[in-house]
Design a protein around this ligand. Structure first.
Ligand code: NAD
Length: 355
């Protein structure tokens, strides 16, 4: 295949970790006979410095024209005092909206080799866990009507949670498809005991469930889900939930893996195009020091091969190489706890050796 990939390296450790993922993808291309063409575009703080805005038009155009997009991270102290719409993070919302990325896939997996990183008791995570969170990304309260007004007690602020049947149907289908390819278990998380929008969510998910008799689908209230994630994370296979609940629960799930430098994500739309990025930020404290863990970004590249290009074998080759490197005991500084560690470039070399 000939594939064009837009690279949004961004700020902080972004350039280093994206370079690692590119090296890995190039090796995959050579081994399996694909040609990946990478085109870099500015986003975030570096785009503010160069173009006076966090998401230049040229970047949006480049992403829309590419077959897929790989993002590092944006932001840093240099731009922290700028007004809201000029902040680097604003570019993330902008590019998601421009690409209509309504699905966010966030795997949270506890690697056997990294069991000791998990902050939960050993008996709780004896058998590890492997959760796929499917979060709705372009609707709900983050995009609903909001405002300020004078109320009975003076100044008031409000935000609105609103979901249409169409928005629920399309995210539910993504989740059922994902469950079908995994262990066949889907838990839909809502707050249907209180919220009208959750009651529609639940009704529509149940309707779509009829199309997927092979998937076991149950509901869970969000407060219970927050508890169950730390009580027994292994009970979850695929989770589907709204934008805000997904935002919170996916961060909780990532924390119980104990290693944010390891977790990739994919944001998808109705086409095969997607935006792939690590879940962590730009880590300004370690930027430019060859200390960043590139694995989350390398695994984001593996997700791209699977979800955008349908290259399952190639994707699996990356996942297996990462597993092997961890099993062999190699660690970056974030996972080494003061013991000997490898730099960003060196752990990438090890992963490449294992492909
Ligand atoms: P962060 O994720 O950047 O860093 C939190 C801690 O984890 C730091 O100690 C950092 O060194 C460490 N860390 C993160 N990724 C690592 C990696 N790959 N390898 C080793 N260590 C790693 O979060 P923060 O410090 O809250 O935010 C820093 C900047 O990143 C802010 O400007 C924030 O707005 C931005 N941010 C961007 C994104 C994004 O681009 N998607 C997401 C979150 C935060």
């Amino acid at each position: 295949m000939n594939l064009n990939i837009a690279l949004l390296k961004g700020d902080g450790i972004g350039p280093e970790i994206v370079d690692s993922a590119v090296r890995v993808l190039e090796v995959i291309g050579e081994k399996y006979g694909h040609k990946f063409t990478f085109t870099p575009y500015d986003i975030g703080g570096c785009a503010i410095d160069k173009h006076g805005m966090p998401l230049p038009e040229e970047t949006v155009k480049g992403c829309l024209e590419a077959d897929s997009v790989l993002l590092g991270a944006v932001g840093g102290p240099k731009w922290d005092t700028l007004p809201g719409n000029m902040r680097p993070e604003k570019a993330l919302l902008g590019i998601r909206a421009a690409m209509n990325l309504f699905t966010n896939l966030r795997p949270a997996k506890l690697y056997p080799a990294l069991k000791d990183e998990c902050p939960l008791r050993a008996d709780i995570v004896e058998n590890g866990f492997d959760i796929m969170i499917v979060r709705e990304l372009t609707g709900g309260i983050y995009f609903g009507e909001r405002g300020m007004r004078e109320g009975k007690y003076g100044e008031e602020a409000y935000d609105t949670e609103c979901y249409s049947r169409m928005e629920i149907e399309r995210i539910a289908r993504v989740a059922f498809e994902s469950a079908k390819k995994r262990r066949g278990k889907l838990i839909s998380i809502d707050k249907a005991n209180v919220l009208e929008s959750s009651r529609l969510w639940r009704k529509v998910v149940h309707e779509i469930a009829e199309e997927y008799p092979e998937v076991e689908c149950t509901d869970m209230l969000v407060d219970n889900a927050a508890m169950q994630l730390v009580r027994n994370p292994a009970q979850f296979d695929v989770i589907v939930t709204s934008n805000m609940f997904g935002d919170i629960l996916s961060d909780e799930a990532s924390q119980i893996t104990g290693s944010i430098g390891m977790l990739p994500s994919a944001s998808l739309n109705e086409t095969t195009k997607g935006l792939y990025e690590p879940i962590h930020g730009s880590a300004p404290d370690i930027a430019g020091q060859n200390k960043a863990n590139p694995i989350a970004t390398i695994l984001s590249g593996a997700m791209m091969l699977l979800y955008s290009f349908n290259l399952a074998k190639e994707s699996e080759a990356i996942v297996k190489a990462v597993d092997k490197v961890l099993e062999a005991g190699y660690r970056t500084a974030d996972l080494a706890h003061g013991a000997e560690s490898l730099g960003t470039k060196e752990i990438t070399d090890k992963i490449i050796e294992c492909i």
